[in-house]
Design a protein. Structure first.
Length: 226
């Protein structure tokens, strides 16, 4: 099996469709239809990834994601029927790794799952990246700033990994989406903005007087020389 996926979706037809496509792709998949069942489940049987609908009975997906992030770094892809940009980004602000909007292609969901899990695989080499006070360990998925460990989501870690691999280089949103997220999809570049906003906040807790990730207007982002 390629990994175990937890599908949290109260629409039975959608859940069954996702389960069928994921199992066809080689994953095992379980389904929950209530949000208030999720936290106990992932504590007892942590999945490799969770597909999490926002609108759920018992507890909505936003609250599930927020509470899950207090004890788990399981990758989370939010599924939403809401079209407003703010609703999409709320999930990313609280630690989700990606989002996808209904209606969607099940094949696209499988591709997203593969991309997120691919990013979580350990690097074959035991390598540390250093940029000034930042130290990133690719083998343990740990980042330290001035000796203080950062609590990063997988997407935030991968973004910082890309920046630290070439400090000073400017990366466009599209390039960051491909290199950090693992896919290229029109309309999803705003996820990069949200992840970078969160990353800046976490770094600023230990480097309050430095702008580590700079915006290059009209082009993209870069890691400043520290």
């Amino acid at each position: 099996m390629a990994g175990h996926i937890l599908i949290v979706e109260d629409e039975q037809k959608i859940a069954a469709l996702l389960q069928a496509y994921l199992e066809k792709a080689g994953y095992s998949a379980s389904v929950l239809n209530r949000g208030d069942q999720v936290l106990a489940w992932i504590k007892q049987s942590p999945p490799d990834l969770m597909l999490l609908d926002i609108m759920l009975p018992g507890m909505d997906g936003i609250d599930v994601c927020r509470e899950a992030r207090k004890f788990s770094m399981v990758p989370i892809i939010m599924i939403t029927a809401k079209v407003e940009e703010v609703d999409r980004l709320i999930g990313l602000e609280i630690g989700a790794d990606d989002y996808i909007c209904k209606p969607f292609s099940p094949r696209e969901v499988v591709a997203r799952v593969k991309a997120v899990l691919r990013r979580r695989r350990p690097e074959p080499a035991d390598r540390k990246l250093t940029a000034g006070p930042l130290v990133l360990d690719e083998s343990t998925y740990q980042v330290e700033v001035m000796g203080n460990e950062l609590d990063l989501t997988p997407s935030e870690f991968r973004l910082l990994q890309v920046f630290m691999s070439q400090p000073g280089r400017v990366f466009s949103r599209d390039e960051l989406l491909v290199r950090a997220q693992g896919y290229d999809c029109e309309g999803y570049d705003r996820t990069i903005d949200s992840h970078i906003k969160n990353l800046r906040k976490k770094i600023a807790l230990h480097l309050p007087d430095r702008e580590v990730i700079n915006t290059v207007y009209g082009v993209g982002y870069k890691l400043s020389y520290l």
